[in-house]
Design a protein around this ligand. Structure first.
Ligand code: CP
Length: 314
């Protein structure tokens, strides 16, 4: 029997298909609750969740907070500004302090790869990785999988193209692990400076030409170009990036007629994706944000309380 109870979620590498399927199945029930309009459950009544974000976030932090509250948990939030991190309190001491308050789970984002694993080794509450440097962002990939399944009905056998900054992208890495586990045909495309050929070892097909990569694609997941990288040699200018790797309506015609367009956000409209595509008929970008709440409800519920299913009758 598959159970996630008591398990931290540090990444999707090595997570078995049955566990991903369980999260997606429970997330679907959570979405029904959200859609019902009466969103408050008491599944995590008496439990507490702490969000610690050493890096900025809108979607992930907001949806984890909403997810925990919808489940009836108590929630506290910390970021460096306004907390004792600003006074120089260390990573480990911050986590120990939060643990001493008696929280059941810590949702954390940090710029350092491996930080969530280190946290897992330092303290006893469950650790949910909300993004550790360029390493993994597992709940983003889970909500992407959920959105694909929602729109397409299945994930296995679909041609999924991930375009953008693959080397520095935690979303790309978690998506590759999750999509491969779920049986998708994964293609990766981006400039050579942002895409090392070694990534082929993850079982993906590598392209350096977007028009070639998106031929007959079922799904295109466009990643954010980190504008801070412009001017340090990864690509010459935002305009050049847009002309070679920007997703626009003309390029989209090369994909399948019913292609699904995703973007984890925040978007640089006019650089990696044009406005008519991100707000167009093929896009489920807003739905991804909505699904993020359901998926994070499922992750919090399954890791803190467990169970192989969920009774959402409050
Ligand atoms: N996709 C994502 O992680 O967005 P935020 O940085 O707003 O959380």
């Amino acid at each position: 029997m598959v159970s996630l109870q008591g398990k931290s979620l540090l990444g999707l590498q090595g997570v078995p298909k049955e566990e991903i399927e369980l999260i997606l199945r429970v997330a679907r029930k959570m979405k029904e609750v959200i859609n019902s309009g009466d969103k408050k459950l008491s599944l995590l009544k008496g439990k507490s969740v702490c969000n610690i974000f050493w890096e900025p976030s809108t979607r992930t932090r907001g949806s984890f907070e909403m997810a925990a509250k919808y489940l009836g948990a108590d929630v506290i939030n910390f970021s460096p500004r306004g907390s004792s991190i600003q006074k120089g309190e260390s990573f480990r001491d911050t986590l120990l302090t939060v643990m001493a308050m008696g929280v059941d789970a810590i949702v954390m984002r940090h710029k350092q790869e491996g930080s969530s694993l280190l946290a897992h080794q330092c303290v006893s509450p469950l650790i949910i990785n909300a993004g550790d440097g360029a390493h993994e962002h597992p709940t983003q990939a889970l909500l992407d999988l959920f959105t694909i399944q929602d729109v397409k009905g299945h994930i296995d056998g679909l041609k999924v193209v991930i375009v953008g900054d693959i080397d520095h992208g935690r979303v790309a890495r978690s998506n590759i692990y999750g999509l491969k586990t779920m049986g998708a045909d994964v293609h990766i495309v981006g400039p050579r400076t942002l895409l090392q050929p070694e990534i082929e070892a993850m079982g993906v097909t590598v392209h350096y030409d977007l028009d070639e990569a998106i031929k007959d694609a079922d799904v295109i997941n466009v990643l954010r170009i980190q504008r801070e990288r412009q001017g340090i040699g990864f690509f010459p200018s935002a305009g050049e990036y847009n002309s070679l790797f920007g997703l626009n309506a003309k390029r989209l015609q090369k994909a399948k007629d019913d292609v699904l367009v995703l973007h984890p956000g925040p978007m640089n409209r006019g650089i990696e994706i044009d406005t008519d595509v991100c707000y167009g008929d093929h896009s489920s970008i807003q739905e991804q944000v909505k699904n993020g709440v359901s998926v994070r409800m499922a992750v919090l519920y399954l890791t803190i309380i467990g169970g192989v299913d969920v009774d959402t009758t409050r």
